[in-house]
Ligand binder design. Structure first.
Ligand SMILES: [Zn+2]
Length: 195
């Protein structure tokens, strides 16, 4: 199966047969370009789905009212001939622009060009990567902090143990001194009696 033959969007929407799904998966496993395209489509679909069902972007006024009924994005996504990635991304960008600029502005914005859309998608992908890196760094830092805390505990325990040992030694020394003093005291008492 070549890149042109596989239906990535049908795959994402669960519209294709079990055998076709297997074929898409096998192809995507071997083809980096299609894997990337699939990831982009997933991202675009995710952006579309993340919007509330009733929240209709006012800025894509070129879309008819009929389309803007509940599930408008699903219908757009599935409308035949199927939207290409660029069209889906354009829609996502229009929605993003709408979501970012509130309250809604009456002036129609110029249609975003494809490079700008690609930039938005790239930025989103980069943000996800940054998030993943930040999470990994946080895990590492937490582990490092735990390791340092454990080291500190060890040092404290060792110090405490040594302190106890020294204390025992001092007590022992005092006991010896005390006994010697007793002996000296007894000795002087005997000497006094002898006189
Ligand atoms: Zn391919």
């Amino acid at each position: 199966m070549s890149c042109g033959q596989i239906d990535l969007k049908g795959y994402l929407l669960g519209e294709i047969s079990h055998e076709d799904r297997r074929a898409v998966e096998a192809h995507a496993a071997a083809c980096a370009a299609c894997r990337e395209e699939l990831e982009r489509l997933r991202l675009t679909q995710g952006l579309l789905k993340s919007l509330a069902e009733e929240e209709i972007p006012q800025r894509i006024a070129f879309v008819s009212d009929k389309v803007l009924a509940p599930g408008w994005w699903a219908r757009l996504w599935q409308s035949g001939p199927r939207l290409g990635f660029a069209a889906a991304a354009l829609l996502a960008a229009a929605i993003l622009v709408h979501a970012l600029v509130r309250p809604p502005v009456i002036v129609e914005p110029p249609a975003p060009d494809q490079a700008a859309i690609e930039a938005i998608v790239e930025r989103e992908l980069a943000r996800r990567l940054d998030d993943a890196v930040a999470r990994a760094a946080a895990v590492w830092e937490a582990r490092e902090a735990e390791r340092r805390a454990q080291l500190l505990r060890q040092v404290r325990e060792e110090f405490e143990m040594r302190r106890r040992e020294e204390r025992a030694q001092i007590e022992q020394a005092f006991e010896v001194l005390h006994k010697r003093l007793n002996v000296m005291h007894l000795a002087s008492a005997w000497r006094a009696e002898e006189r």
